[in-house]
Write a protein that binds this ligand. Structure first.
Ligand SMILES: [Fe+2]
Length: 430
């Protein structure tokens, strides 16, 4: 049975099956989900006047409350006397100025820049290490896993201290340096995800190390196959498919890595239905850490520009991962990953209701629909000479009529925006 209720009556454990608008017009990726955090309830309260809750799919702990709500008249009331938030916000688009300049806080910007600067030092060192490591692997030399371990530990510490700064830097992608950048990014994404899953430091170090080394075997894949601008032939794909085992053999021979780390390298292309490679393992045969990296690997791959395709927006990539999950990825892990990366992932381009465009630089954990943005374009889609920071959750907006609010996520291609350059400039500015 589904019950129509006001968002103020939502409780953790309730399964929201419908909103008061199509899911595609909401920022939510799941089309129906059980409420697991207070932030999710707040997100719904932010945008909806009412929602429908599916009683069968809700947790048993809320069944009694749902029964009471169903019996009470509130579930049937209309909200004539309520302020129509949507209309109100639409009106704000007609106001003359956005108030953006007023929200710029230098101190906040400085703090964010300091965190990004710190994360970029470790990232650059790791990047340089990966370049050396890949060159050594190509020459058949022994891999220096000791340095890898200490770099991963530093990255894990940075992420524990400040996830967003490290995540921001994962958007620094270059078409022609894919494998090295991808290795570092999959490491950062896996550490971020692992932390959200509650892994301890030791476990994070193992997971991060496997993620950093996962594609080492690609150093034995011919460049014309790795960078082929088009679909691989069957023969070429067979060669490509050897990289997990080649990476595994290189590392197994040269080091003191744990079985979990080696398994990530060997099995990150295995899929739950047994359709993956190299061994065609099934769901229960794939290790937990390997399942995590199989998700972060695909997420980074599809959001990256490659020789043969342009990357998807982070938001679109999360939607696709959710659709691809059956038979491929652990659905629970995918759901957790989506919750971790967020509704407006760091590095996303968003358009405000006023028409201004900004890049998400930091999330607000308590108000996930209101991240901190670096504003890059005005309402006429002209670049700002000097970019400003806007915290959509700032209390300075409470008394203003013209609060800046996100209208939608946009694709960089829509206005030909070079996100990598913007992120690079902002990171150097620090
Ligand atoms: Fe791979």
């Amino acid at each position: 049975m589904k019950i129509k209720i006001e968002p103020s009556h939502l409780k953790l454990g309730m399964y929201v099956s419908e909103l008061d608008r199509p899911w595609t017009e909401s920022p939510f990726i799941f089309q129906g989900f059980e409420l697991r955090t207070v932030e999710e309830i707040e997100d719904i309260q932010e945008i909806c006047q009412y929602v429908y809750v599916n009683t069968e799919k809700s947790a048993k702990s809320v069944h009694a409350q749902l029964k009471n709500i169903h019996k009470s008249p509130q579930s049937k009331t209309n909200k004539k006397n309520k302020t129509n938030k949507k209309n109100k916000t639409d009106d704000t688009t007609k106001t003359k100025h956005s108030g953006i300049s007023k929200s710029s806080t230098k101190v906040e910007h400085d703090v964010i820049n300091k965190d990004i600067h710190k994360a970029s030092i470790t990232r650059n060192k790791t990047r340089a290490y990966v370049d050396d490591m890949l060159a050594e692997a190509r020459m058949g030399k022994i891999i220096d896993t000791k340095t890898a371990k200490s770099l991963v530990a530093k990255m894990a510490n940075n992420i524990i201290e400040n996830t967003d700064a490290s995540m921001w830097l994962t958007n620094l992608k270059k078409r022609d340096e894919y494998t090295a950048i991808h290795s570092v990014n999959v490491c950062v994404l896996s550490l971020t995800f692992g932390r959200a899953l509650g892994l301890n430091k030791e476990q994070l170090n193992e997971l991060g190390l496997g993620a950093l080394l996962h594609d080492l075997g690609k150093m034995h894949t011919p460049l014309e196959i790795l960078n082929k601008p088009g679909k691989l032939t069957d023969d070429e794909f067979e060669i490509m498919k050897t990289h997990p085992v080649q990476g595994y053999q290189t590392l197994e021979a040269s080091s003191d890595l744990s079985p979990d780390v080696l398994d990530i390298v060997k099995s990150h292309h295995e899929r739950l239905s047994g359709n993956g490679y190299p061994a065609g393992l099934k769901e229960k045969e794939i290790k937990y850490f390997t399942k995590i990296v199989s998700i972060t690997d695909v997420y980074d791959a599809v959001t990256s520009d490659r020789v043969y395709h342009d990357g998807m927006t982070p938001h679109q990539a999360l939607k696709n991962l959710y659709e691809w999950a059956p038979g491929n990825f652990d659905l629970k892990l995918i759901q957790e990953f989506i919750r971790t990366i967020g509704i407006y992932p760091v590095g996303s381009l968003v358009e405000l209701k006023t028409g201004h465009i900004g890049v998400v630089i930091k999330l607000n954990k308590q108000q996930r629909l209101k991240p901190i943005l670096i504003m890059i374009m005005n309402r006429h889609k002209e670049y700002y000479a000097k970019r400003k920071l806007v915290n959509l959750a700032s209390s300075i907006w409470d008394t203003k009529e013209n609060k800046p609010e996100i209208n939608r996520i946009i694709d960089a291609k829509e206005y030909d925006i070079d996100v990598t350059s913007i992120i690079q400039e902002e990171s150097i500015a620090s």
